[in-house]
Design a protein around this ligand. Structure first.
Ligand SMILES: Cc1cc2nc3c(=O)[nH]c(=O)nc-3n(C[C@H](O)[C@H](O)[C@H](O)COP(=O)(O)OP(=O)(O)OC[C@H]3O[C@@H](n4cnc5c(N)ncnc54)[C@H](O)[C@@H]3O)c2cc1C
Length: 305
């Protein structure tokens, strides 16, 4: 990105803008080189102008949520990173009848805030996502799930901006969710979603959320920085169990380590580089393939250069 483009963006952006910003500050791994520019737009109209400008200037653009499923390489990101997590956080109840409650939320809200909002209003159906440290936008793109639930199951409608800067609404029947993936065009940005949930007993839900959070704390190495599960579960298997059986728990590259608590987590012991994590991922994939004949596919997204 050249100086003129940076000057233009500074004038265009009303929200927050940072140049040459280290991405380690915005990822749960705490790892990542600098992005040329990181933008937190305030309004939809501003976002549309930014997208149009970047498209015209042929500047690549990446959408960042809470960075909890990302490994940003040490060379950083050329082009622009746009994130909705600062200013696109509105949430409202959009209707309710006897059993059903509709919640409309913007993509930048965290899943934790969303669940708290639901708990306070006796709205059930998102408890499965308790403790997933992402945003609604990232959660939808990843079809995030746990304890038998997935976000795709509760979506009624998603509003996106496409690559031409046009706003489009996609109804449930136009959306294709699969394991850890929502199939949208490459340059789509999720703005908001309408979720179809249920009315229920707040105390029962609070109890369930509490139990799931305890279970998470017992199973996951939450005292270290990480990107969550590194590999997808191959059909019929658990990636963590396979890696454990291959004897790779505790394996280290620099400050990156295959967690000795949960083998499908790679943790950052302090100063890990993306290069260390990538070498470790490749080693795990190689050894699991050699010993078990199973190909592990990454769940975390590796981006940048
Ligand atoms: C400790 C820990 C535990 C975890 N547990 C789980 C779990 O139980 N289940 C699970 O599924 N995941 C889990 N994860 C992974 C992660 O939290 C989820 O994938 C989460 O949904 C990612 O959301 P995010 O906002 O952080 O997205 P990011 O990591 O920022 O981005 C993920 C993808 O979504 C895209 N994206 C983000 N926002 C938008 C948007 N508005 N429009 C379009 N694209 C967008 C990004 O471009 C990227 O491709 C865990 C992670 C950690 C660190």
């Amino acid at each position: 990105m050249n100086r003129g483009q940076k000057d233009d963006l500074r004038k265009l952006v009303e929200g927050d803008i940072f140049f040459d910003e280290p991405m380690g500050r915005y990822t749960s791994f705490g790892i990542g080189g600098s992005a040329d520019v990181l933008i937190f737009p305030r309004e939809v109209s501003e976002l549309i102008e930014i997208i149009s400008y970047l498209r015209y200037e042929q500047v690549p653009c990446f959408v960042l949520g809470k960075g909890s499923n990302l490994l940003v390489k040490d060379g950083g990101i050329r082009g622009a990173v746009i994130s909705l997590i600062r200013f696109f956080r509105r949430i409202k109840q959009a209707g309710e009848n006897k059993d059903c409650a509709m919640i409309e939320a913007q993509a930048g809200i965290s899943l934790t805030e969303l669940i708290d909002y639901c708990l306070k209003r006796g709205v059930m159906g998102l408890e499965f996502a308790s403790g997933i440290p992402g945003s609604l936008g990232g959660g939808l793109m990843m079809n995030a799930g746990s304890f038998g639930g997935e976000l795709g199951q509760v979506v009624k409608r998603v509003t996106i901006i496409n690559g031409e800067g046009k706003i489009r609404e996609k109804e449930r029947n136009e959306l294709s969710f699969s394991y850890r993936k929502l199939h949208l065009s490459k340059d789509a940005i999720i703005l908001s979603a309408l979720l179809e949930l249920k009315t229920g007993a707040a105390n029962k839900m609070a109890h369930k959320v509490k139990n799931l959070l305890v279970e998470r704390r017992l199973k996951q190495p939450l005292k270290y920085k990480s990107g969550g599960s590194v590999f997808k579960n191959p059909p019929g298997f658990f990636a963590g169990k396979i890696i454990d059986e291959t004897g790779l728990k505790g394996l280290k590259m620099g400050d990156a380590m295959v967690s000795d608590h949960h083998a499908n987590f790679i943790v950052n012991l302090g100063e890990a580089k993306a290069g260390d994590v990538i070498l470790l991922m490749e080693r795990v994939q190689r050894e699991v393939y050699e010993r078990k004949g199973i190909k592990l596919e990454p769940e975390i997204k590796v981006i940048g250069e």
